[in-house]
Ligand binder design. Structure first.
Ligand SMILES: [Zn+2]
Length: 134
C-alpha cells in the first residue's frame, strides 16, 4: 500500500533525527484522508532516550485536539533508530497498541513506513507501506 507524505514532513523528520542523534527523536504525523501533511517534533520523555522513545503525553493531547479542530487527524508517529535499522524493533511491536496507526522509522537518513495491524508480517504487528513524497 502507498502512503502519501508531504516532502516538507519528510524533511522535518530527517532533520529532527539528525539533530537528536545519538538520542532517539520522536514526533507525531498528522494529515487528512490517510495521507500525511505535517510532521510535528515532540519531546522524547523515555527514561532512556538513547534506546527508547515515548512521545510527551501533553504534546500528544495537544496535537490530537489541534488536528481535530483543523479538520485533520493524527495519522501516526515517527521515531529514529540512531544506531539501528529503519525497521520497527520488537520493542516497537510491543508498544504498538493501536491498530491502524502509521509508524515511521528513520535511520541513516532513510525513512520506512509501517501500519500497525494485528497479524502484520513483521513481528506479527506491522505491515510495510510505500512512502510517496507529495
Ligand atoms: Zn523503534
Amino acid at each position: 500500500m502507498n502512503l502519501a507524505i508531504a516532502s516538507t514532513a519528510l524533511a522535518t523528520i530527517v532533520d529532527h533525527a539528525a539533530a537528536a542523534s545519538p538520542l532517539e527523536a520522536c514526533g507525531i504525523v498528522v494529515g487528512t484522508g490517510g495521507s500525511i501533511t505535517e510532521a510535528l517534533p515532540a519531546t522524547n520523555v523515555a527514561a532512556d532516550p538513547a534506546t527508547a522513545f515515548e512521545i510527551d503525553p501533553a504534546a500528544l493531547l495537544r496535537v490530537h485536539r489541534e488536528a481535530r479542530d483543523s479538520g485533520r487527524a493524527v495519522v501516526g508517529w515517527y521515531h529514529s533508530h540512531p544506531n539501528g535499522s529503519a525497521q520497527p524493533s520488537t520493542t516497537d511491536a510491543a508498544g504498538a497498541v493501536e491498530d491502524g496507526r502509521v509508524w515511521l522509522i528513520v535511520a541513516g537518513g532513510r525513512i520506512s513506513a509501517w501500519r500497525a495491524t494485528t497479524g502484520g508480517i513483521l513481528h506479527g504487528r506491522f505491515d510495510p507501506l510505500a512512502l510517496v513524497a507529495a
